[in-house]
Design a binder for this molecule. Structure first.
Ligand code: GTP
Ligand code: SPV
Ligand code: MN
Length: 581
């Protein structure tokens, strides 16, 4: 028996499934899985010509988003989980969560899902094995990862894989735990069938466990999209961007260039996760470890994201969207008006007042269906980054864009990011919280050590990417977004690349370098002079009011906070506070 088979055997002895199925990832297996789920009502087949090959899954209404308060890091020492993670001692996890797996799969099928994160044959790539009693999870993993035979081949008889045990249990939030054992590289998840809680290759492995591996091995696992930008004349740049959940990564990665005709082309490498490694050339190289998209559906339409619309026009698993009586999926933002006779995400006739689709409704689709994929999206070596972008959802405060002064200052900018919460996690929506590097829910170890790791990585790069910060979500007096966003965000990327090339103007502000109004191309957007000013303004009073929030956040890390970051904060504080008197 291989180490993988031994572990699976052990799991089966605990969970006692009726049968064990090793997934091979084939078309035929997929058809069998889907047919079974259609037969038992787990999936609804959608319209044969309007949504060919696509299905709809309705979650339990209490299981529609990640549950951060039920997500734990089980490190031996509580301090290694740090102040921003829920912690459980490994022994307590075994005592409290272990019993929930005993006999949990009785009468169910246990699917063994071997998968690769990262392009096949890439030095970046890693194998995981998810054992799950959810055929929906197995079907999603098939779209999101390189699943089945290729993974078994890559693993062989090696013991180098990340085991992940998943059961939907009874779906009760009272008995729901998502537990990570970073020292053993092990994941346990029970009581949820939803996205980031249950598709263990994604946030659990590719961010939390991989983050701990990356810290030990000298690379980085980040909540970032990766895009390719071709300039007129053919010069190519790669940009990675970290925005919190439901803050625009998929949309930016798939944007359609409004300047395609004059030679600016945008292509997609990844939309959610990036694994980064220093190259021998002193640059930072990125791969997308995923093979598909688990994207936010609401707000996706032909005007905002035509590439996503094409991607999900067939062979897509929709979760928690609305549907017409003849099986055409629908959601807010798909088109202006709703078709009559709509059935909402919970399967009830839509009342026209509440949301038809859940705000965190998602699509799962293979990346190869996306028309904007870069020719290099599966390059085993990855792509070299020219810029890293941080961004948040802030109605006020943060300007449209600014540039950090250097890597160290860029790490400070990332570490002090704030953003309004969204429907991607259960809890209140729209409250500002600190979300460093968009990793607050996804950092598998002490975030103070994570900041130190960022600083250390910068020191190994002789040609580091420039670090920027953006905010597409600043609002005007009428409460509406001032910046048009979506494809027009290219204009901001153009300024960034011009900065990288040393040809764009910027003005020094206490927070970094902000474009001069003329440096940003806003031709044809119909922005008023006041709008542009409001987008680019750095209000010292507002920033002065933000400093105590940042300080309180940093204080939580005690002596695990790198001194470089407290120095940067005091420097910002001096500049914004002094300027006021
Ligand atoms: P996760 O998959 O949760 O990590 O999210 P994401 O960062 O990929 O977010 P996504 O691109 O799916 O966007 C989430 C929401 O933000 C959608 O409703 C979009 O319509 C909206 N959005 C994205 N980009 C923009 C933008 O440039 N401007 C505005 N106003 N809204 C945007
Ligand atoms: C996010 O919440 O950042 C997502 C969706 O990308 S999930 O897979 O549920 O984490
Ligand atoms: Mn995400």
């Amino acid at each position: 028996m291989t180490p993988a088979e031994r572990w699976v055997d052990e799991v089966a002895r605990t969970t006692r499934p009726e049968r064990v199925v090793w997934c091979d990832g084939s078309e035929e297996e997929s058809r069998r899985l889907v047919d079974g789920m259609v037969a038992d009502g787990t999936l609804l087949r959608l319209h044969p010509t309007a949504a060919p090959g696509s299905t709809l899954h309705r979650s339990h209404p209490s299981d529609v988003a990640r549950t951060e308060h039920l997500t734990f890091i089980a490190s031996r020492d509580k301090r290694d989980a740090g102040p921003t993670n829920n912690w459980m001692a490994p022994s307590e996890a075994r005592a409290r969560v272990g019993p929930l797996f005993e006999g949990v799969m009785k009468g169910r099928t246990m699917y063994v899902v071997p998968y690769v994160m990262g392009p096949l044959g890439s030095p970046f790539s890693r194998v995981g094995i998810e054992v799950t009693d959810s055929p929906y999870v197995a079907a999603n993993m098939r779209l999101m990862t390189r699943m089945g035979e290729p993974a078994r081949r890559q693993l062989g008889a090696s013991e180098s894989f990340v085991p992940g045990l998943h059961s939907t249990g009874d779906l009760s939030p009272e008995r729901r735990y998502i537990v990570h054992f970073p020292e053993e590289r092990l994941i346990w998840s029970v009581g949820s069938g939803y996205g980031g809680n249950a598709l263990l290759g994604k946030k659990c492995f590719a961010l939390r466990i991989a983050g701990a591996l990356a810290r030990d091995e000298g690379w980085m696992a980040e909540h970032m999209l990766i895009l390719e930008l071709e300039l007129p004349g053919g010069e190519i740049h790669y940009i990675a961007a970290a925005f919190p959940s439901a803050c625009g990564k998929t949309n930016l990665a798939m944007m359609v260039s409004p300047f395609e005709r004059v030679g600016y082309k945008v292509r997609t490498v990844g939309d959610d996760i990036a694994w980064l490694r220093p190259g021998t050339d002193g640059r930072l190289w990125a791969v997308n470890p995923e093979a598909g998209f688990f994207g936010v559906v609401p707000g996706t339409g032909p005007d905002t994201n035509p590439n996503a619309m094409a991607t999900i026009s067939h062979d897509t698993i929709f979760t928690n969207v609305a549907v017409t009586s003849d099986g055409i999926p629908w959601w807010e933002g798909k088109e202006k008006s709703a078709p009559p006779g709509l059935i909402d995400w919970q399967g009830k006739p839509w009342d026209g007042r509440s949301k038809a689709a859940h705000p965190n409704a998602r699509f799962t689709a293979a990346a190869r269906q996306c028309p904007s994929m870069s020719a290099r999206w599966e390059d085993p070596q990855g792509v070299p980054l020219s810029a890293i972008v941080f961004g948040g959802r802030r109605a006020r405060l943060a300007p449209l864009v600014f540039e950090s002064r250097d890597w160290e200052h860029g790490v400070f900018v990332g570490a002090t990011m704030g953003s309004e919460t969204t429907a991607a996690a259960t809890g209140q929506v729209g409250v500002v919280r600190r979300d460093p590097m968009a990793m607050l829910p996804f950092c598998g170890y002490n975030m103070g050590d994570y900041f130190a790791h960022w600083l250390k990585m910068g020191r190994t790069l002789s040609r580091p990417p420039r670090i920027f910060h953006v905010n597409w979500f600043r609002t005007g007096h009428d409460g509406r977004f001032i910046w048009p966003g979506f494809g027009e965000n290219l204009r901001v990327l153009m300024w960034m690349i011009d900065r990288v090339k040393g040809v764009a103007a910027g003005a020094d502000a206490p927070i970094g370098v902000v474009p001069t109004p003329d440096a940003l191309n806003v031709d044809g957007l119909g922005l008023g002079r006041g709008d542009l000013e409001r987008l680019l303004t750095v209000d010292r009073d507002e920033w002065a009011a933000e400093v105590p929030e940042m300080r309180a956040f940093f204080d939580r890390f005690g002596d695990r906070l790198p001194p470089e970051l407290s120095r940067a904060l005091e420097s910002l504080s001096r500049q914004v506070v002094t300027a006021r008197v």
